[in-house]
Design a protein around this ligand. Structure first.
Ligand SMILES: Nc1ncnc2c1ncn2[C@@H]1O[C@H](COP(=O)(O)OP(=O)(O)OP(=O)(O)O)[C@@H](O)[C@H]1O
Length: 694
């Protein structure tokens, strides 16, 4: 079909989409004439190809209703072209949605037509058609199945939660919750923030009595603190229950808890946050050390948890060989794509609890699906049933304000709590204010904040080619010498321990270099162009070399920061891990050799040293994309936006960039309109999770 080739040349279809449709057509020629490919008109095949192509944009399905209203939504925003737009508009204009739905029902050999209700109890039956039409959404079957697994899990969890609550030790949990969330004895506790519900306590109460819970919140809203309290509650309840069963024999098995995150870096951050929160709580609480000691502080990647390896097409743990655990906590859940999500749910034992943590407003995973955003779509409003509100009151004594109660409650909201107060950024923090304005899509306020920035914000309107940029990357500021930029860690690199130093001394030095490096990071919104990550990296390396802060710009040299860009199970390095090349003397008399040092996942040693030749594929990382920065935090973030607006820039991307900054945020963007346009643009993905009668 010439149009398939033409659409591929125009970049509308991937070679993969074309091959898929051609394969279906050629197989269909063997069918009886009534159902053969010849019986179906060209537009049928073109729609199937478009259905497949949507995955490249992160959509789970092709939303036909949306395509008829806005044919341009079928194009990849990163490659928007007027010629493609004209082609798509002409294609859609000649058709009508009702007729198209009839056409799909005639093509049952290739498309299974279903209502959008969750109605298939056996999702594991062998696939019959490659596509599924659910209501007005066209899916590749595999992706429809992923979505159904998730919807099915949420429904089943809700039933299990009801059972759990029937025999729940409410009065004991009530007592423990009071100990974990003591009432603050401040007479001046009358500010608006203090009149808000204590969402952290409500989240604990909700999750301790649920099979499945989602706790969402922006940076520093206390997700980790809350989950550590929750785990303490669960272990305490387990110990109490077993003690009763065993006649005061308190040595029974504690719950097996696992902590996981989608990337190595996010897992390392989770381990650190849990360690700190647990230490703090252990000091404050007078609980049995057997309980506080039974909370794990080590998190691992989801890939590793599920047992993936380079040679395995399937995870080690799955539906017929579930994970050996009672509770699974997954942080940074917004980065988990739909396929991984479904695999994780299938590997959970029937009685295990799942707790998801994450920020619903962050960018979704690079792969297809935006599960967390879909799950949390209505989190802001609460949406609790009166029954849920009463249950939470029983456990916490708190009355939920009426605005959070819904007359038409949905299943999902009964398992979800949004934390709303940032304990990291105070009310006068510029980073907090800017992140809120961006998140609300309030472009005018965002710009006003930047025009009169508080101390932790800066709006820089120069080009990466300017002298100001050169000063910025060296010193963290275009004018003052704050030694916060790359010059800070490079000064440490030039000061290695003596050749006779011990291994521990080298480790301490390397750790200090890595920590200093994480205090300043340039983020790029795009990959290509003058303001893209590739050219920024080359430019920064040239600036640093000119100032003799690094010896050269190519190859391996002391101080070169690199990011791993693929998972590598032989070294244990994961996509997104950042390391720095450092010289290390192996013997007192020997010449120092270049090694690349990474933060270690092993608690017995702070860092790992690897030969450059052992590394998987890496990229220099003075600048990284916002996508790659997810799950990380840096002291000072410089976010670089391109000169002109683009469909690639959107609210979620800007929000994610801002919220990577812990102390200082600088926006490098010559034209405020670029920021405004980005804030008004959403990164919405098509999917039908919310429509599966949840
Ligand atoms: N209710 C609270 N009152 C005061 N401080 C709190 C409270 N909850 C959390 N904090 C503090 O706020 C900081 C951030 O908490 P935490 O790490 O739990 O948040 P988070 O939402 O997990 O953050 P992140 O954005 O890193 O995921 C910590 O220093 C923690 O001790």
């Amino acid at each position: 079909m010439p149009k398939l080739q033409r659409w591929q040349q125009l970049g509308l279809l991937r070679p993969l989409d074309v091959v898929l449709v051609q394969m279906l057509q050629s197989k269909a020629s063997e069918l009886p004439p009534a159902v053969s490919a010849n019986a179906m008109p060209d537009e049928f095949w073109l729609w199937l190809a478009l259905g497949s192509s949507q995955l490249a944009q992160g959509h789970l399905c092709l939303d036909l209703a949306q395509a008829f209203v806005k044919p341009d939504s079928l194009q990849n925003p990163g490659q928007f072209a007027k010629a493609v737009s004209a082609e798509l508009n002409a294609f859609v204009r000649t058709q009508q949605l009702p007729q198209l739905l009839v056409l799909f029902s005639q093509g049952r050999t290739w498309v299974e037509v279903r209502s959008s209700e969750l109605s298939d109890p056996d999702l594991h039956s062998p696939a019959s058609t490659p596509f599924v039409l659910s209501g007005e959404r066209l899916y590749l079957r595999r992706y429809w199945q992923y979505e159904q697994h998730i919807a099915d899990f949420i429904q089943q969890s809700s039933l299990l939660t009801q059972q759990l609550r029937q025999q729940f030790p409410a009065s004991q949990v009530q007592r423990w919750l009071t100990q974990l969330f003591p009432v603050k004895l401040f007479p001046a506790a009358k500010t608006q923030a203090q009149q808000q519900p204590d969402w952290q306590q409500l989240a604990c109460a909700m999750a301790v009595s649920s099979r499945f819970a989602v706790i969402t919140g922006g940076p520093g809203t206390g997700k980790t603190t809350t989950v550590v309290k929750l785990l303490l509650l669960l272990q305490q309840a387990q110990q109490e229950q077993k003690a009763q069963q065993n006649g005061q024999n308190k040595s029974s098995r504690p719950l097996t808890i696992r902590l996981a995150a989608p990337t190595g870096k996010a897992a390392a951050r989770l381990s650190l946050s849990v360690t700190l929160a647990l230490k703090d709580l252990t000091q404050k609480l007078d609980w049995d050390p057997a309980v506080t000691g039974s909370i794990p502080t080590e998190a691992q990647t989801l890939h590793r948890l599920l047992g993936s390896g380079p040679d395995r097409a399937q995870f080690r743990y799955h539906r017929d060989f579930p994970l050996p655990l009672d509770v699974l906590v997954v942080d940074e859940a917004s980065m988990v794509d739909v396929a991984m999500f479904a695999a994780m749910l299938q590997a959970l034992p029937a009685s295990a609890r799942l707790i998801l943590l994450g920020d619903k407003d962050q960018l979704a995973s690079v792969e297809a699906g935006a599960v967390m955003a879909e799950l949390c779509r209505d989190a802001q409003q609460g949406g609790y049933s009166q029954q849920t509100a009463d249950w939470l009151t029983t456990l916490t004594g708190q009355q939920l304000p009426a605005t959070f109660i819904s007359p038409a409650p949905q299943l999902l909201e009964q398992q979800l709590v949004m934390l709303r107060t940032s304990h990291r950024f105070g009310a006068d923090s510029g980073i907090g204010q800017l992140a809120t304005a961006v998140n609300l899509g309030d472009d005018t306020t965002a710009l006003q904040i930047l025009q009169q920035p508080p101390a932790d914000l800066r709006w820089l309107q120069f080009s990466p080619e300017s002298a100001d940029f050169s000063h910025l990357v060296q010193h963290g500021s275009p004018h003052q010498a704050l030694a916060e930029g790359f010059a800070g860690y490079l000064a440490l690199v030039k000061n290695p321990p003596a050749a006779t130093a011990s291994s521990a001394e080298y480790d301490r030095w390397a750790l200090a270099v890595l920590q200093k490096f994480a205090s300043f990071q340039v983020l790029a919104a795009v990959r290509q162009g003058k303001f893209g990550v590739e050219q920024l990296n080359a430019r920064i390396a040239a600036i640093l070399a000119k100032q003799q802060l690094i010896p050269r710009t190519e190859g391996w040299y002391p101080g070169r920061p690199v990011m791993v860009v693929q998972n590598d199970y032989s070294t244990g390095l994961m996509n997104g891990d950042v390391g720095i090349c450092l010289p290390r003397a192996e013997t007192a008399a020997g010449e120092p050799q270049l090694r690349v040092v990474f933060i270690s996942a092993d608690p017995t040693t702070p860092v790992r040293w690897l030969l450059p030749s052992r590394l998987p594929q890496v990229e220099t990382v003075y600048a990284m994309t916002v996508h790659k920065s997810q799950g990380s935090e840096f002291g000072h973030v410089v976010l670089v936006l391109p000169e002109q607006g683009s469909r690639l820039l959107n609210r979620e991307l800007i929000y994610t960039g801002i919220t990577r900054a812990a102390q200082q945020f600088s926006l490098l963007c010559a034209d405020g309109k670029v920021l405004q346009q980005a804030v008004l643009q959403r990164n919405e993905r098509s999917g039908g999770l919310r429509l599966s009668s949840l």
